[in-house]
Write a protein of this length. Structure first.
Length: 236
């Protein structure tokens, strides 16, 4: 080990002592990890590997016959218990906004390898109602979108879509209940004509109802755009 490497090691050890880093998932102190998640939690995560698919994925098929999309992507499979559930819970309810940015960056790295996603014009986070965003302090989908934006170098569009109805939580609703709950929830704000390819980003996809309604509203308001969707996780 040369002097430069030794200095870097001592510096990193000193910073860890003064400003310890903790696992994004289980909150145990990290030692030697550069990813933000400990080895145990990393081993629990189930990555979809959709970026390697040559054939349509289950997520592609989820939207077939519902809304025409260019591409779909999710980073992780969501399970009710385990690291993915803890990550999403902390992101939404425990003020761990850095989780959204970190995993957004991981999504962005994979999107750059997918043919057909190298012509994006903008990234649109699924919006929260202003009341809910005020209570939470941020929009988790926006944090994910910010992370994606940092990697793919495409701007986040904050004004193209807004949530106009304060709907109750979708978490425990089935497909029909979710669909009925969000039919009038979103409104596209047409400030100027838009064309190009836009990535719609959410935190987790279960039935796909939220993204379907958002994509339909955007396509109705901006007939010239193409839409793809991406999320941190998708339910199996």
């Amino acid at each position: 080990m040369n002097l430069t490497q030794q200095f870097k090691t001592y510096r990193d050890d000193f910073l860890q002592l003064i400003y310890p880093q903790y696992c994004y998932s289980c909150h145990m102190e990290l030692v030697g990890s550069k990813s933000g998640i400990c080895g145990v939690c990393e081993s629990e995560l189930q990555y979809t590997l959709f970026e390697n698919y040559a054939e349509p994925s289950a997520l592609d098929k989820l939207f077939w016959g519902r809304i025409p999309l260019e591409k779909t992507f999710a980073l992780l499979y969501f399970t009710q218990s385990g690291a993915s559930q803890r990550i999403l819970h902390d992101l939404k309810y425990n003020s761990r906004s850095e989780l959204g940015v970190y995993y957004g960056q991981e999504i962005g790295k994979r999107l750059k390898t997918i043919e057909g996603l190298n012509d994006l014009s903008g990234i649109i986070p699924v919006p929260l109602h202003p009341k809910k965003q005020f209570i939470r302090g941020y929009n988790q989908a926006e944090k994910i979108a910010n992370g994606v934006s940092e990697i793919v170098d495409v701007p986040v569009e904050h004004q193209m879509l807004r949530r106009q109805v304060f709907a109750e939580s979708q978490t425990k609703k089935g497909f029909l209940a979710r669909w009925d709950n969000i039919q009038q929830a979103f409104k596209a704000s047409k400030q100027q004509d838009k064309t190009g390819h836009y990535l719609l980003v959410d935190d987790v996809i279960t039935t796909g109802s939220t993204l379907e309604v958002c994509a339909k509203e955007l396509k109705q308001k901006y007939p010239g755009i193409r839409v793809s969707v991406a999320s941190l996780a998708v339910a199996q």
